[in-house]
Design a binder for this molecule. Structure first.
Ligand SMILES: [Fe+2]
Ligand SMILES: [Fe+2]
Length: 270
């Protein structure tokens, strides 16, 4: 059996999306099986690439150059699902990257359990989005996608707490804010497969934000730091620009993110 870090690097260095997620799910199943049997597989050390391997398509464009499409049209709905697929593929890499990148920081086994489970779910999310796109006569790679999604990872490549603050507690929390509106678009269009897929994503993303908050607080406790002050400091340092309301306060609370964590970072006062 590979060490967990070797599994992570195997996923990160696989370019094709379906192949990347297949490997991710296989490794996650192997990890979960070993853990259920009471074993703790080796975390090990393996150097993750600065940037993960990706397919030739989609073409990656500056966000300002990605064409905007009306969500009311079938083409607009395809573009929306394509954008989510792209986010999910980035999420797969982000979850494996944090495991390998910070493997030198001793963490309890539960940390790895949470991140492997989240990586497995992100892999499922990518496949769900690809299935929906294919059912609508498109596919992942057919449209351009946002470049720069890996920027948060590069900016926090040497700061474990910064990574937790920016990725699960800001970026994934943002997903909780915008997903209900997206589900409504597909519900109105009668696209039940997409509604079901997005509902699954929405439910599981609450867990990912909760993992972020849990382990961020764990590290604050280890270093005797005030979580709220450190969170504000790290987000201001590594996240470019203010957070955008409206916030999904209920789901954020469910995920262990209180309002005084994010409102002070918003672009208008409460
Ligand atoms: Fe996801
Ligand atoms: Fe996620």
């Amino acid at each position: 059996m590979l060490s967990l870090s070797e599994m992570a690097v195997d996923v990160l260095t696989t370019a094709d999306g379906r192949e990347k997620t297949a490997r991710s799910r296989r490794h996650a199943a192997e990890w979960a099986q070993a853990r259920t049997g009471g074993a703790l597989p080796e975390i090990g050390r393996a150097a993750p690439p600065l940037r993960p391997s990706r397919p030739d398509r989609p073409a990656l464009l500056d966000p300002r150059e990605v064409p905007k499409r009306k969500p009311g049209s079938p083409q607009g709905r395809i573009a929306l699902l394509h954008a989510v697929a792209h986010i999910e593929l980035n999420a797969v890499d982000l979850h494996w990257d944090i495991i390998a990148r910070f493997a030198d920081v001793p963490m309890p086994p539960g940390f790895y359990d949470d991140w492997v489970k989240a990586a497995d779910e992100e892999s499922k999310h990518f496949n769900l989005m690809c299935d929906c796109l294919e059912e609508m006569g498109s596919q992942y790679g057919a449209l351009p996608a946002h470049a720069g999604m890996w920027r948060a990872a590069e900016d926090t490549a040497r700061d474990f707490m910064g990574r937790l603050a920016v990725v699960p507690m800001v970026l994934e929390a943002r997903g909780l804010d915008v997903t209900p509106g997206m589900i409504e678009i597909f519900r109105k269009a009668g696209a039940t497969a997409a509604v079901d897929a997005l509902e699954t994503i929405y439910a599981e993303e609450v867990g990912h934000v909760a993992y972020g908050s849990k382990w961020f607080h764990f590290l604050c406790g280890r270093h005797d730091l005030d979580p709220k002050a450190v969170f504000h400091d790290l987000v201001r340092r590594y996240f470019h620009g203010p957070l955008k309301p409206p916030f999904n306060e209920e789901k954020r609370a469910e995920a262990g993110l209180p309002p005084d964590f994010y409102w002070p970072l918003a672009d208008r006062p409460a």
